[in-house]
Design a protein around this ligand. Sequence first.
Ligand code: HEM
Ligand SMILES: [Cu+2]
Length: 568
Amino acid sequence: MRAAITRARFWTCGVTGLKVHESAVPPLLANAVTAVVFLLVGGFLALLVALTRWEAVHLLSPKWYYIVLTLHAWSMLIFWIVFMEVAILYFACTAVLNARLVTPLAAWLAYVLMLGGSLLAALTVLLQGDTRDQPLLTSYVPLNVHPLFFLGAIVFAVGAFVALGVFFASVWRASRERTYRGSLPLVTFGAAIAAIIAVESLLGGAIAYIWAFLWSIGLVKSIDAEMYRTVWWLLGHGTQQINLAAMVTGWYLLAHLTTGAQSASEKVSRTGFVLYVLFINLGAAHHHLSDPGVTSAWRIWNAGYAMYGAAMASMIHAFAIPASVELALRRQGHGGLFGWLRHAPWSNPAFAALAVSFPLFGILGGITGITFGTEQLNMMVHNTLAITGHFHATVVTGTSVAFMGIAYAVIRLIGLRELLSHKLATIQLYIFGAGMAVFVVAMMWLGYFFGVPRRHPDVSSLPLIRSPGLEAIMGIAGVVAVIGGVIFLALAVGSLLLGQRREKGPAVAPVAGASNGGVSPGRGQIQGGHAIAHDLRGTLTICLVFMAVFLVIYATHWINLSSLWSIR
Ligand code: HEM
Ligand SMILES: [Cu+2]
């Protein structure tokens, strides 16, 4: 009887062969849809902020600029990204493992706490009145921020903790019941790495926000600003590394779903993920590079040498992912140095997401991250728009674009709806990527060469050399990106509501050790194994070009630094 019930509740996806259990569907979709709604809100606010920073338009008053900037940052970087990550975790611990979600009730509790916390924080920011300060993303003490904002952040974090618990419990149950073959599939492994980093970050966040909350209601008398910053950045930096791990996991998944790609060496890919856990938290020190409260040795060791372990991990994935695509496409008969790339499925939205997210993250976000994260070079860009440019390259052209691709996949696989238009979905990703790429380069340029500060409602009165037209380019590119984003939202919501229904595959019983649509090939199952040499000339060439670009940019920064003042 019990078996019969379980059997009826699984179905197979006709396209991917993944087995989906009904228990996962409602919480997964609720998180994904909520994420998209926050993206809608954050995107609208982005338009307002961008049109304020474009001096010729100068839309918002200082008061509204700071309210809107705070809400933009929280809607995007926290709510859109984290709700989407919870959806991805649920996907990785159910469909990828042929397993059910353990305790859907807890998943709903997590959802309610996260939604309640986010609404409380957002409404407080909106309604807290003129006597209070806006926290912006970082909510540094001793800003006079309303206690309810801190409380909202705490409730949200507790919800996220519960969601992590559901994920770990589901993975554990699936491994006990042996619902998958071989070792934990790479996609779930990557998701688990993101979840481990999340536990660490949320602990830091809990300490920082409980501390600030107690201080804001007067129970703690004073608070050390540098110590608060150090603890807060465990959350602030840690969450970006969750995004990184989740995005890289997403890249492996998108590559697999669109070209059948499988990592040439799962062992190496997994090592990359483990390096993230070991080293990435040290990168939090790059947020203190201009702080007087910590020593230079501490800053250089943590943000420099110790960080390279994590940079190494990213280099591994930067090679492994295009390599997996190259191998898969070569196997389908596309040869030549770049013939495989020409024959890649560029018009498939899931592949377009990978094709936009992967290079833009690496070139615009990765290179600037290493460069700006170097103690001495950081002096040139600290608190300028160059920093905002850097992290929009990472979290927007990188993570958000990858998540858009995953959202399209979730709509088809879990939502069981066809996209209203595949073509428009693909075009949307290229528009968004192009707009955002120009936008971030303009921001970096304004910050780096013209010293334009970030978080400033009106730089017209500052003694800056004016840039000829760059601001307008930033403004227009921002608007183009928002248009690309609006098309995404229209397609995502429209497809879920009005898209053609997709047939559920046959109801199945979960067989112990069943195949899961090839998401994990199991150990050594790549065709041909390692017996024949892999032809990866294309990827190697791309990586060498990337390294050359990186070296030129890195060297240029040092040359510029040395020319800032002369030593007599
Ligand atoms: C069309 C898309 C977007 C546009 C045009 C845009 C534009 C902007 C602008 C103009 C600023 C203000 C910079 C300043 O004045 O200091 C800003 C800040 C910010 N944005 Fe975006 N943004 C977009 C999407 C996103 C996304 C998707 C995320 C996160 C996933 C994000 C996260 C942030 C954060 C964290 C800040 C900094 C807030 C602070 O300084 O505390 N943005 N954005
Ligand atoms: Cu960081």
